[in-house]
Design a binder for this molecule. Structure first.
Ligand code: DI6
Ligand code: FE
Length: 400
């Protein structure tokens, strides 16, 4: 028998228009197998669905399943002592240059077994799912050896076998330069061979890098992107998080899916992103946790028509958080995004930042990944500070 599901008396936030929530009150969603086949007013439901048993949602809000499009979910260790150093005045760069920062997580990660990494990541993933998340991007970048990077991506793939969630993997071998090498040596000896091997194993959905004075230069990122292009893989970039390196413009020249962070992006970079259709991924949790004061140019993104996404950046150094709802709250309070923009940022625009066209909206033909909320007002998601009024989560048409 054909698997069918029908929800009625819903308040839909379809996010399917060019702007806004795309609200439809007194609405129905019909699902066949894993796809939405109808989403619209209850009284417009096609005749063949009228005899199908329906679940009334009593006016509850339904959004697309939330998408966390930037995470470093797989890692081990804690950076609590670094946090204390920073509270006493050391900067994120000071800690990194002193050999802490990303390197301390690399060490802890490489000393942890696959099972240990998997169980740590599952704990964080479960907290995300409890907030209505149905898709998570997961980056490598805490191995920094060929085998270490591949291992993280294999663990990432495993997550989607163990939980009802879509995982998009990103190769971030160009995350930090090991102390005993220079950047180009590391690219030649480790990062680029690892990228080729990971791609050959089907472990890579996109390729990322950290373009920064304490990371990789634009010329080095270009080398990574050239290999990605040769392999037919889309790129994205940690750009302009701590300083303006021209990373957003460089990424745009490669037709990047997204440029992420962007506190220090120039107007030139904004325009290049608009032209290339590159999504600006806002990471207000990292902004908050590093006590950054320079806000990304939200108004300039709006004027130029750059789509904005919002993500947690979940990682132990700059954003030890898992709450996409808190990231939405911070995007509104710290970055002055509207609750509409925040919701679009974790749905339709987050899907675009991952190059996924069949999730992120509530329209016929989309995969039925949905979140049902114990509220009828879509601003509720940004308003609560990391609280989750989740009523149910639907993944591929199944409530789970
Ligand atoms: N920027 C970030 O915010 C994360 N990676 C990056 O390149 C933080 C990574 C860390 O500090 O462990
Ligand atoms: Fe990041």
């Amino acid at each position: 028998m054909l698997k069918r599901g029908l929800y009625t008396e819903a308040t839909l936030a379809t996010v399917s228009g060019a702007t806004g929530y795309g609200l439809i009150a007194h609405a129905a969603i019909a699902i066949e197998r894993d796809k939405i086949v109808y989403a619209g007013p209850d009284d417009g439901l096609p005749a063949e669905w009228r005899s199908v048993p329906a679940t009334s949602l009593d006016g509850r809000l339904v959004t697309p399943g939330l998408i966390d499009c930037h995470t470093h979910l797989i890692h081990a260790g804690s950076r609590a002592s670094e946090f204390e150093m920073r509270l006493e005045g050391a900067s994120y760069e000071d800690v990194a240059r002193a050999g802490g920062g990303i390197f301390s997580t690399v060490e802890a990660t490489n000393q942890t077994s696959d099972d240990g990494l998997l169980s740590g990541a599952l704990k964080r993933l479960d907290r995300m799912l409890a907030e209505g998340v149905t898709t998570v991007e997961v980056k490598s970048g805490y191995g920094l050896t060929q085998e270490g990077e591949l291992r993280l991506l294999r663990v990432a793939r495993k997550l989607s076998e163990m939980r009802p969630v879509r995982i998009c993997t990103t190769f971030l071998g160009a995350h930090a330069i090991p102390k005993d090498m220079d950047g180009d040596e590391y690219l030649d000896a480790v990062c680029l061979p690892a990228l080729r091997a990971a791609a050959a194993e089907g472990l890579v959905d996109a390729v990322d890098g950290f373009c920064e004075t304490i990371g990789f230069s634009p010329a080095q990122i270009k080398r990574v992107f050239d290999v990605a292009s040769e392999l037919g893989l889309p790129v994205k970039l940690h750009a302009e998080q701590l300083s303006d390196q021209g990373g957003a413009k460089l990424a745009s020249q490669y037709g990047a899916l997204s440029a992420d962070h962007l506190e220090y992006v120039s107007q030139d970079g904004v325009e290049a992103m608009a032209e290339a259709g590159t999504v600006a991924v806002m990471l207000p949790g990292a902004f908050y946790f590093l006590k950054e004061t320079k806000v990304p140019p939200i108004a300039a993104f709006r004027v130029a028509g750059v789509p904005m996404a919002v993500a947690t950046d979940s990682n132990p150094g700059s954003a030890p958080m898992t709450s996409i709802l808190l990231a939405m709250n911070m995007a509104t309070t710290l970055f002055a995004m509207t609750p509409e923009e925040a919701l679009r940022g974790v749905t339709v625009n987050a899907a675009r930042a991952l190059g996924q066209s069949d999730i992120g909206m509530i329209t016929p033909g989309q995969v039925a990944d949905l979140a049902i909320w114990d509220s009828s007002h879509p601003a509720e998601l940004s308003y609560r500070m990391g609280d989750a009024p989740l009523y149910a989560r639907i993944f591929g048409g199944l409530e789970c």
